[in-house]
Write a protein that binds this ligand. Structure first.
Ligand SMILES: Cc1cc2nc3c(=O)[nH]c(=O)nc-3n(C[C@H](O)[C@H](O)[C@H](O)COP(=O)(O)O)c2cc1C
Length: 326
């Protein structure tokens, strides 16, 4: 924990946490806001970085001109560290690496593709690189590629998933027992208790998707946020199992119930109305990617509330467990 971080922490805020993730990322709290196509842009990412976590700008939308503008906007909205996710399957333009480097971004996560594609180039430019992995095999391949750390994503999470889904409870301790690099856990994290569980399984940070998607600063339409608040833990579907391309976890709607029953030839076509859903609030216009943790989200909260409650809850959970230690 740098002295700057300690002094930068307003009195009423939770004290920073000190470990390899907070040191590598230069943040107060080891909490990363997940990259989410169209959602993870300056409005949300700057709120997370200003609140002491790591805000991330997405590239999965493939709208690189708009994303260049969002990365520039971050400079006006925060002086805290932020990162960019390069969703390899969706970003065909190799110039994205040069752009990210030129913008002075220090932290990059890569996902949905070969970890060795840009790792060496990014590290040569002095960036910190974490890669998202859904299996042990992918984790070992990423470490071999030279990444600084891993984001280990369990099948509970929202978004695109590995066809052979593995839950965090199994995947996280398995990967942590086989690698030496720091691990950030993703899939099902929303509060201090789940963060403490991730740390007990070997992680040194958490990534939140669905929780941040349903936050006050998220640009997603209130209909989607309220649907998450109203959802139960059984209200997500796992689509495209055994189909072409990645599987995906989304909220149960009439459209996703139909897709679950009759997998379409072309899954990409089911996203044609994505902006009508994400920002227009028409929940049947496309596929609302959402994690099972929606069953534990019962209110739309500000990013700062989410981070403070999570870190305070984490400390409570850890000290609560400590009595079993002696
Ligand atoms: C709406 C949505 C969009 C997502 N888009 C991406 C993406 O572009 N790149 C990526 O690496 N992960 C993506 N994810 C996965 C998240 O990064 C994260 O790992 C996942 O949401 C964690 O699980 P949780 O939803 O239970 O927090 C997305 C998730 C959601 C819910």
């Amino acid at each position: 924990m740098t002295s700057a971080q300690a002094t930068n922490t307003p009195d009423h805020q939770a004290q920073p946490l000190d470990n390899r993730v907070t040191r590598l990322l230069g943040v107060r709290y080891p909490i990363v806001q997940a990259p989410m196509g169209w959602i993870a842009r300056a409005q949300l990412a700057s709120a997370v970085s200003n609140a002491g976590g790591m805000g991330i700008i997405e590239t999965a939308s493939g709208e690189l001109d708009a994303i260049r503008g969002e990365i520039r906007k971050m400079r006006d909205l925060t002086d805290q560290p932020f990162g960019v996710n390069i969703a390899l399957m969706y970003v065909r333009d190799p110039d994205i690496v040069k752009f990210v480097v030129d913008q002075g971004v220090r932290f990059v996560t890569t996902s949905a593709g070969d970890p060795s594609r840009y790792c060496a180039e990014l590290k040569e430019a002095g960036l910190t690189v974490f890669h998202v992995v859904p299996t042990l095999k992918a984790a070992l391949k990423a470490v071999e590629a030279g990444v600084d750390g891993l984001i280990v994503e369990g099948a509970e999470g929202g978004g695109f998933k590995n066809q052979r889904d593995v839950a965090s409870m199994v995947l996280l301790p398995l990967v942590c027992s086989k690698v030496k690099v720091p691990v950030i856990a993703a899939g099902g994290y929303t509060d201090g208790r789940s963060m403490a569980a991730a740390f007990a399984l070997g992680a040194e940070g958490i990534q939140m998707g669905t929780r941040m998607l349903s936050s006050a600063e998220s640009p997603a339409h209130m209909n989607w946020k309220q649907a998450i608040v109203a959802a139960q833990e059984t209200d997500t579907v796992f689509l495209n199992r055994g189909g072409q391309g990645p599987a995906l976890r989304a909220l149960r709607t009439e459209r996703t119930t139909r897709i679950e029953a009759q997998p379409p030839e072309n899954m990409r076509a089911e996203f044609a109305g994505v902006l009508d859903l994400y920002f227009g609030g028409d929940m049947e216009a496309a596929v609302p990617l959402t994690g099972q943790v929606c069953g534990r989200i019962d209110a739309v909260k500000t990013v700062s509330q989410i981070l403070q409650e999570t870190v305070n809850g984490f400390r409570e959970a850890v000290s609560g467990l400590a009595r079993y230690g002696s």
